[in-house]
Design a protein around this ligand. Structure first.
Ligand SMILES: [Zn+2]
Length: 155
């Protein structure tokens, strides 16, 4: 029997996932990124997962909506808030137990939003050398910023 590869536990706040579990979610995020590309958007896609369920999905909608804030993460946050409303759940409790899967390192704007929403764990694909808010340009994810939500873990 082969040794189990990649069974690393990834933890952020109240969230914990197995490294090998992340692949299936990342694949879905990639599908969202492809959809963005097909719609002539910057190809970024993401998912918000709560209790093993996708509660928000997003892809870039900046060109389509002519709204520079319509990044995949912002779209997914709106959907997750909707999900909370429909299920009668408190967003603050749900967001504290969510994992964000995103194909590209969140930008400065989105990293700040993720802090404010108190999402504890972010799994991302490649780095974002132009606008990365999780270490590439600025480190919003772990910076010591007073009254600006909560730092989050990255994988
Ligand atoms: Zn962004």
């Amino acid at each position: 029997m082969e040794a189990k590869v990649g069974s690393t536990q990834i933890t952020g706040g109240a969230c914990s996932v197995l490294a090998e579990e992340t692949e299936k979610w990342m694949e879905q995020a990639m599908q969202m990124a492809k959809e963005a590309l097909e719609n002539i958007e910057v190809p970024v896609g993401c998912l918000l997962v709560y209790n093993n369920e996708v509660v928000g999905k997003g892809r870039n909608e900046v060109n389509q909506t002519k709204n520079a804030t319509r990044h995949a993460e912002m779209v997914a946050i709106d959907q997750a808030l909707d999900w909370c409303r429909r299920h009668g759940k408190s967003p603050s409790e749900v967001f504290e137990h969510m994992v964000l899967y995103v194909t590209v390192e969140p930008c400065i704007m989105c990293a700040a939003a993720l802090r404010l929403m108190k999402i504890p764990l972010v799994v991302y694909g490649c780095q974002n050398e132009r606008f990365g808010g999780c270490g590439s340009v600025l480190d919003i994810a772990s910076a010591d910023l007073p009254n600006t939500g909560r730092p989050f873990q990255l994988y």
